[in-house]
Write a protein of this length. Sequence first.
Lengths: 444, 305
Amino acid sequence: MHKIALIIRREYTTRVQKKSFIILTLLMPILMSALFILPAYFATMDDEETRTIAVYDGSSVILGRLENSEFTKFKFIPEEEYKNIKDKIQSSDYYALLAIAPNFLTTNTVQVISGRNIPFDLKSQIQDKIQNVIEKDKMAEVVRQTKVPDLEKRIEATRTHINVDTIKLGEGGEAKKSSTEIGMILGYIFGFMIYMFIFIYGTMVMQGVMEEKQSRIVEVIISSVKPFQLMMGKIVGIAFVGLTQFAIWVILGFTILSASRSFYPGTTHAQQIQNVMAQNQDAVQAAAPQMDKMQEIFSMIDTINFPLIIGCFIFFFIGGYLLYSSMFAAVGSAIDAQEDAQQFMLPITLPIILSIMVLMSAIKSPEGPVAFWFSMIPFTSPVVMMARIPFGVPAWQLVLSMSLLVATFVGMVWVAGKIYRTGILMYGKKPSWKEIGKWLMYKS
Amino acid sequence: MELFSAKEVSKTYANHQALTKVSISVEEGTIFGLLGPNGAGKTTLIRIINQITGPDSGSVWLDGRPLKAEDIDQIGYLPEERGLYKKMKVGEQALYLGQLKGLSRRDAMKELKIWFEKFEITAWWDKKVMELSKGMQQKVQFICTVLHKPRLLIFDEPFSGFDPINTDIITREILQMKKDGATIIFSTHNMESVEQLCDHIALIDKSKKILDGPTQQIREKYKSNIYDIAYRGDLDIHGHVLAGKYNILSNEQNGMGNKLSIQYPDGSNSRELIRDLVEHVEIVSFNEVIPSMNEVFIKVVKQNS
């Protein structure tokens, strides 16, 4: 036991002391948030090209009634010009040509002709504007026929926007506002983090095993300890590296959270609960608008059961990591060179990649059959179950999934140990699957 | 007293027999040469002694009792294919390997200081292994093997990668450890060092032990009645009466002195040879040729094939 502790310590300290580990640990949250935020940011960025669109209105319904917006100008053109340019819009000064046919009111269809692909934004802008004009006309017509005073205003008043506050009842019956959106985001983040950790640290185990085999130090070490001790020492040592990294992120995360919270005075935990309770009783409706968006998010974050999520994360990280890293260790022991790794890596990486694909559908319907089954299968459960947990998972499912994972990784570690024991001393040609199968049968 | 023994050890891998009922016995405080051609099964036997792998049948004994897992700390092993963590610092690594052999950190540090000073390599302590030359790495590796003062040392080709000066240093250290009571199993293809170091040898070929005994006795056993003689006087061997009775291997006559290499047939003896020689020449020296281990090795392995 003393010796395995020595191995764990070496595997841990040599990695944690590396500059690359420290830098990566600090940079990763920034990179990750950039990965999530940047695409969203780009998507919301305005299209800043000024476009002039020629409009020919054969029906005279729309004529002169399209308002210019900041970047989109409409120019109504007469029939002669329309005939002139309709076949050579590319060579004209116009970005596109909007053609409205004389029978437009019966077909409800207009054409936008351009030499380029029309951006989606522009298309919907044109659609909205024309719809508005037509709806206004129709409304005026109804008002004229029915002669109901203020009809327009009355219809306008029927429009309603409903806010759905999702309330989750706690054990003690205390009500908290929860948020499906935040659940999805957390599910995605935690599922993705498990995926990343398994991949990064599993590969790290494989590299470590290969390093020992290639540098031939392995024979020296296994004349001091059992091969299984060496393998487990490495796997456990690297697991601690991963947990260290996670702990740093959790601390960083909560520090940032409470720091940003201090910028919003008057939103202490107790007050928020009061607010939420008050809302529930429909008593102080007027208080709600005062709580700004930020406060609302904070109060929702408070409903997340972080101890459960973090506890499960650690469990599923360890379980999934042990399962996969033992396979990675077996692969590392069986091969001499990095180039040979591909063939053996594929069957290992496929289920991980599959689990990240299932993750997407699991966060959308966490109770669905796909999410359920893949959160039970041990090869995908660490990632998929993490995606479900922020939404709440029945205890029996959690226990079943965890037990299956434990049973599988115990079996896998045993199998990997057998392959490893023989593989690390085999040099020369790349073994076939059949040979690796034979190694399982060897007596120690 | 016997320190270590293997009794009828056999080991089979998927498609080949690595060891067939091999028995060896190693006396305490001696150097035991484990010889054999490549692929004969030496490494398998050494791995069994180190408990890296187990025998299919047969048993291994230490101190008159079956070898136990904890005995690993009493054994020091320098494998033929050796290496160190390239990116780890020399001192840190030596400490780690020493601790893996059961030394406390403090004891390992104390021993390492002594060795590093003895080998004059204290300046390497904070260097990464990859910065050292091959020979320097071998030196560090040697220290790591003997650091925990094991009772049984196993050296597999300990001199590979060393220049003659370092070979000499290591040889001296090995002999010193023997003097201090360590028992050494020594595997090599360098037969000169076997003659120089080994008290006892065993030769393994094609998974079987084919020769076993004290080095001196084995060489005596394989001598083939050949004598080197220095003489005064003129001896023309062509058509000579001696050439009829004996096998003349060479006869050199020059100003520096005359030398004859001669082999008597089975059934004859050295007294008869001397009697015949003195009739013709004046003998200056008369030496029996004892075969080198190299010759014994080649002869025995060829016979076995």
